[in-house]
Design a protein around this ligand. Sequence first.
Ligand code: HEM
Length: 370
Amino acid sequence: MELFPSLDPIPLPAPVWLFKALHSLTLALHFVSVHFLVGGLALAIVWAFLGRARKDSTLLNASGLVVHRLPIVMTYVINLGVPPLLFTQVLYGRALYTSTVLIGVWWISVIAMLIISYSFLYIMSVRADAGKASGWAGLIALIVVLKIGFIYTNNMTLMLRPEVWVSMYRESPYGLQLANGDPTIMPRWLFMMLGSVGVTGIALAFLSMKKDLDAPVSQFLRIWGGRLLAAFTIVQILLGVWVLRSQPDAVRSGLFSGAFYPVLIGVWVVTAVAVAVVGALIAVRGFRGWTVPSSVSAFAIVNIAAMVLVRDGIRDIALASKGFDVWAQPVVTNWGTVIVFVLCLVLALAVMGWLISVVARAKPVSERYA
Ligand code: HEM
């Protein structure tokens, strides 16, 4: 029996490789933003609670500094999530639409959850400004954000299991099912969520360079940035091993059958170790100037890019083993549209670059939260 719904009669309007390249680029950027949001929020909450309990102004200032940036990070999470969603739908619609319908209520509720978490980020930030207890507001936002991540992981793994779709639908057609016994869900979700704390260490290192910070706050951000980077990158390496081990046999043997994915996995491990080592050095010795944070960012970018490509391989191999070859879809390239699209993309990137340069040149605002 054919497991997937029949192919859309309209061919793809651009080559598969182009969609895949754009998908990987934008998804990597989405993941960077997700990491900063989840990790930053978790730290801001812990520091807000501890800061009030110990009446420690350094902790409260560090928490306020981080939480003030999170509503902006959230805009990046959302805006950088839309393009990969569109590309995934184009390439894998037959699988993704089906899994989305099966968890439909959860999926559509993501919009409400985003609004709720966004609101509580602002509440936390405003309360930190006023020197009021803010941790509880952050905690609500974090729980909702973690749930959104869980829903995404559920959908991205359910789309790889066409063999369970019919039985799930027969069991309940109301779109309320989630976490259906797939052993890959938990490692994937933990990999993304706990890994976030490590990546946030890089943001803390840059934040510590902000002019006009009190010396103890700057030093605190630097030391903790390094410690978290080292500790949670090691946690993420272990979770990465769990993600690979939890894959079905066909996926694991597919990944290791050629040279491409083993090389990518190797790049991922080497860059993760490099990130952890630099993190440990930052924690012990601190740093001056841009060289250390810039080089650890470069390692992290390569690391995330390798992870995105391996993740893509897991999907392609899993689907191919069940009869869906993403490369075998009819393509009739509409080059006019492709060129207009690329021009718009370049223009949008230039505008973003200009906006970032305006922000970089803006007069620094002094921030005190305690
Ligand atoms: C707080 C908000 C969000 C969080 C915490 C979050 C988290 C995640 C996580 C953990 C994954 C990886 C799932 C996996 O494969 O295991 C993911 C994938 C993804 N997210 Fe987000 N996300 C958020 C918001 C969004 C939004 C608003 C969009 C789009 C409008 C979006 C689009 C995507 C897409 C398209 C993927 C996977 C694409 C693919 O596999 O091809 N995300 N997200």
